[in-house]
Design a protein around this ligand. Structure first.
Ligand SMILES: [Fe+2]
Ligand SMILES: [Fe+2]
Length: 160
């Protein structure tokens, strides 16, 4: 069974969203790097790489299924935040939003009765649980360590 037009369009939208996410995290890496927070910057760079991997996973599957996969222009991403903690609040909010996008994509695969795509998308559903959890764990550290939160987080994130 080949990708339907509806599924192709939905996949192309998600590819765009994953690439936008990669740019968002690269922008956050620049923000931290310019502040001298090397650990946070390192974590963001890894995160950006992962988002590109997500985009490539979707592209490869789409091509394999005969979909007309396209790379569209990516909208600009934010470049400034009020403070370091606000960046991680943004990460958490963004990942919750991406989880919704993945759920919607799964809904399209179900509506199109494409079982193979539903199987494929399960990896992304699980990945989003991890993404939300990771962001939440960093925010928890800020809260637990109080004034030393930023130092602890930066030290910790260097190990990723
Ligand atoms: Fe992603
Ligand atoms: Fe993500």
């Amino acid at each position: 069974m080949k990708f339907t037009k509806r599924l192709t369009d939905a996949f192309n939208e998600q590819i765009k969203a994953e690439m936008w996410s990669a740019n968002l995290y690269s922008s956050m890496a620049i923000y931290f790097q310019s502040m001298g927070l090397a650990g946070c910057a390192h974590w963001m760079k890894k995160q950006a790489e992962e988002e590109l991997e997500h985009a490539n996973k979707l592209i490869e599957f789409g091509v394999t299924r005969g979909g007309e996969m396209k790379i569209s222009s990516i909208d600009a991403v934010p470049g400034t935040w009020a403070e370091p903690k606000a960046v991680f609040e943004h990460v958490y909010k963004h990942e919750c939003h991406v989880s919704e996008l993945i759920d919607n994509l799964m809904d399209v695969a179900i509506a199109e009765n494409d079982k193979a795509t539903q199987e494929f998308l399960r990896w992304f559903v699980n990945e989003q649980v991890e993404e939300e959890e990771n962001a939440q764990a960093i925010l928890d550290k800020f809260n637990v360590f109080g004034v030393h939160g930023l130092y602890c987080v930066d030290h910790d994130l260097a190990k990723r």
